[in-house]
Design a protein around this ligand. Sequence first.
Ligand code: F6P
Length: 373
Amino acid sequence: RKKIGILTSGGDCPGLNAVIRAVVKASKLKDWDVYGIPYGTDGFIDIARGKYQPEDLILTKHGYNLPGILKGLDVLQFLSGSVLGSLSRGYTEHSEMTAAILRGYEILDLDVLIVIGGDGSLDIVHDLAEKGNWRLIAVPKTIDNDVPFTEWAVGFTTAVDIVTQALYDLTFTAASHERVMIVEVMGRDAGHLALHAGIAGGADIILIPELTPAINLDIIDGCCHQLEKLRSEGRQFAMIVISEGVRNEQNEREKYIGDYFARRLDEYSKVLCKVDHGFCHLNQMDLRVSVLGHLQRSRPPLSLDRLLATVFGIKAVELIEQEKYDQVVVWREGQVQSVSLKPIINIIKKCHAENRCAYPVDPDGFMVKTARS
Ligand code: F6P
């Protein structure tokens, strides 16, 4: 009878609960015990301190204490957030915290831990696993879609839909007021979300860090000319998507890059109009910025994410049955597969050390070509 731990780590996203449900359902069929670790690896600290009794954490036995007539696993795939809670803290400077995590893990005496996490969390948990000699199975999730070796991470397609819907809604507001609407989209250092949603939402301009690492005069000039062209063709509004990973002119991260970009665009268009003796289509261009923020993570998963989460969860259990550990479940070439965790962690570590994204948008890829046309 296997003892499996499961935790969610890092920023929440749509589909986390659907993975948990799939793992619990598949494990129940094998009569294994699944222990739900509350709040990421911090849960092990609380187990070590006696806040939780191992017995109470067995999801395969107790399910979840959801209110109302629909209980436990029945509705879990529909819910946003994580029923387990999610934290992503590395305790590199606090050896006593690390020791408490390792102690908590030992108390549970798990055969394997399933980590549902993005690149940062996988890195943190992998370090702990090396210290504690844990076996891991990783399930990639992130609205940024920046985990290497998988075409899709859980949460991404729902986030694309959220942003696409927001662009659709804002288009009518922009059009009613003849405005240029700048929409700032999440993605940390990756432009996948901005690019996919920008295309689906019909944006006029899409700025992503892979193609526009930093705002500079050329970019501002190019955008102004594109906006002027649209106006000269009779369009009275425009939609611009900017990914949060785009940097300012000094190549630094801005808290709100959309605001920075709007300011620069506004200043430059005024200069252009002066040079043009006021006869310029950009005259009195009315700019507004919308930062979509955490709304992008907070919806229930749509069907594609529920499907992905479910096949990922089942694959994780299959790998455990085959005793094939230290694997990442991935989606490649139209099917679920698994790849070794270590090489992925090495890539993530190298990219983080060099301040690069581990799985950026391919500048020659299909999506970029689509956006360009
Ligand atoms: O990695 C997911 C993500 O939502 C990024 O897109 C974003 O930059 C970051 O997390 C925000 O993190 P927090 O929830 O800590 O503000």
